[in-house]
Design a protein around this ligand. Structure first.
Ligand SMILES: [Zn+2]
Length: 240
């Protein structure tokens, strides 16, 4: 079990993606649980994307929020406006964009790409996130994508997904209509990706998880570990 400090009543999460569907692929099951189980406030930072892709992200986020219809203010999307496949040309722009977001949002948890990735935009987004978060003392985790290098992604935090979380994740990905022809966006491939890790960690058959790498985690004196029912308990495959 992992206990997130007792700020969970207003836990603020910032997930950073290079493209409009990255957070959905890597972390929407986790976000779904955080919204449902602790009422988290979720912010998505999307570095690139034209108007069509942006609308698809907004549609996916609305679908995610459908898990709690009473909290439509619980998620916001922030677009960086940088060019797709050209983040390397943006200089310090992505860092400044994320610095402003971090200062404004004061998140407790940051999710971003892993650095070992075949896609240059994903690597640049990781670099920008860790640079912008150099003074951040909460929890930062890295999520995987279909272009993650498997021999460089040392996952050590696993969030189990139930039928409902998987349904929401797949439903949100379907909102990215322009990407439906990509093999990794198929419903079946999303299910297979969620089942892969359970084999290596001897979880029960058909157990589905999202995998993360803990980048850094601080437990400061000002943060009580947990108190009563306010604590979030997340199933950790490494502890099973
Ligand atoms: Zn991407």
């Amino acid at each position: 079990m992992i206990f997130i400090p007792n700020k969970t009543i207003k836990l603020t999460v910032l997930t950073v993606g290079a493209h409009c569907d990255d957070s959905e692929i890597g972390a929407f099951g986790f976000l779904c649980r955080l919204i449902r189980e602790v009422g988290a406030i979720v912010h998505l930072a999307v570095m690139t994307g034209d108007n069509r892709r942006r609308q698809e992200t907004l549609n996916a986020t609305k679908y995610l929020l459908g898990v709690r219809g009473d909290c439509l203010a619980r998620a916001r999307v922030h677009f960086g406006g940088f060019r797709d496949r050209a983040l390397y040309r943006a200089g310090h722009g992505p860092i400044r964009f994320l610095e402003r977001l971090l200062a404004k949002l004061q998140p407790d948890l940051i999710l971003t790409h892993a650095p070992g990735d075949l896609h240059d935009d994903h690597r640049k987004t990781y670099d920008a996130t860790v640079s912008a978060a150099r003074d951040f003392h909460g929890t930062m985790m890295l999520y995987e994508s279909p272009s993650t290098k498997p021999n460089e992604f040392l996952a050590n935090f696993f969030v189990e997904l139930g039928d409902e979380e998987l349904r929401i994740k797949i439903g949100a990905l379907r909102k990215h209509v322009s990407q439906r022809s990509r093999p990794f966006m198929s419903d079946e491939q999303v299910r297979r990706m969620a089942q892969t890790w359970s084999i290596f960690h001897r979880l029960r058959q058909n157990c589905r998880v999202e995998a993360f790498k803990m980048e850094k985690h601080f437990w400061e004196l000002s943060q009580p570990l947990f108190a009563g029912g306010d604590a979030i308990q997340i199933h950790s495959a490494t502890g099973s």
